[in-house]
Design a protein around this ligand. Structure first.
Ligand SMILES: O=C(O)c1ccccc1NCC(=O)[C@H](O)[C@H](O)COP(=O)(O)O
Length: 273
């Protein structure tokens, strides 16, 4: 399976969604959906690396991960001290859907990220209509990043702009990104390299919120990434496969709480001085 297969499938399902629920309907629905902001704020805690916990039932790299529902896991994310929740909404490869976002809204007051392969403004409106506080925009995938970020601003959504290279970071900054995510997973062979965050962190100014995404399994991983000046870490698989989700989240959260004020007192923003 190639990354382009995911995008092709996403495009196919998107066209069906547009027929099932036209944009005009979504715009009507948005008027009735309570605004959930503060995603960015929840990631910017002084002397603390925030943990974003992801609802992820399956993935291309692991196949089926868990049969637990959002109702099973989100209260445990909350109890463990998660700062925000990411909900995967892709059907075919991640076995979730947009209704899980709506359900998540009823379960938690934590900020909610819509995690998907966003290709079209329709999906940004959809995220807002289903209760998201933020959406993931991939710098290498979304057709016009500046317009995407502007639409997010217009709808009071935060945009987490995912970048894989220094060039993508430059594009994201020019487009007005305020939150940048560095994904540690290679989308060709699915290998993980936490060193990618280390490599790219220095190109991200400290006024931009930095999120490290993917491959985090242990408190040691959290401590390592904390040294690179990240503000937040997005974790999915290792939490979803844990036999004690609440305890696992707490361990990662505690690791994020202790590092900056303890082991790395000289870290400021995304740059180490
Ligand atoms: O997770 C995958 O296998 C995957 C494959 C191809 C494209 C994207 C993929 N994952 C999306 C994500 O970014 C992760 O779900 C998220 O960062 C959490 O990662 P992890 O903690 O490693 O589950």
């Amino acid at each position: 399976m190639k990354f382009t297969d995911i995008i092709t499938e996403r495009q196919r399902v998107l066209e069906l969604r547009k027929k099932y629920q036209p944009l005009s309907d979504l715009k009507e629905n948005i008027k009735r959906v309570k605004l959930r902001t503060d995603f960015k704020k929840s990631l910017n805690k002084e002397y603390e690396v925030s943990i974003i916990c992801e609802y992820k039932p399956a993935s291309p790299s692991l196949g089926e991960i868990s049969q637990l529902t959002v109702g099973d896991v989100i209260p445990q994310f909350e109890e463990g001290g998660a700062s925000a929740v990411s909900v995967l909404t892709e059907e075919s490869f991640f076995k979730s859907n947009i209704d899980n976002l709506k359900l998540a809204c009823k379960i938690t007051r934590l900020p909610l990220l819509r995690k998907d392969f966003i290709l079209d403004p329709y999906q940004i409106y959809e995220a807002r209509a289903y209760g998201a506080s933020a959406v993931l925009l991939m710098a290498g995938v979304y057709p016009d990043l500046g317009e995407g970020i502007e639409l997010c601003n217009y709808l009071d959504l935060d945009a987490l702009v995912e970048c894989k290279t220094r060039e993508e970071i430059e594009i994201a900054i020019k487009a007005g990104a305020e939150i940048i995510g560095v994904n540690n997973r290679d989308f060709n062979d699915f290998s993980i390299d936490l060193g990618r965050t280390e490599k790219l962190a220095s190109f991200i100014p400290s006024n931009i919120t930095l999120v490290s995404e993917s491959g985090v399994k242990t408190p040691e991983d959290v401590k390592l990434l904390s040294q690179f000046g990240v503000n937040a870490i997005l974790v999915g698989s290792s939490i979803m496969t844990s036999s004690n989700i609440h305890k696992k989240v707490k361990q990662l959260v505690n690791a994020g709480n202790s590092v900056i004020s303890g082991d790395n007192p000289v870290t400021t923003g995304n740059f180490q001085v």
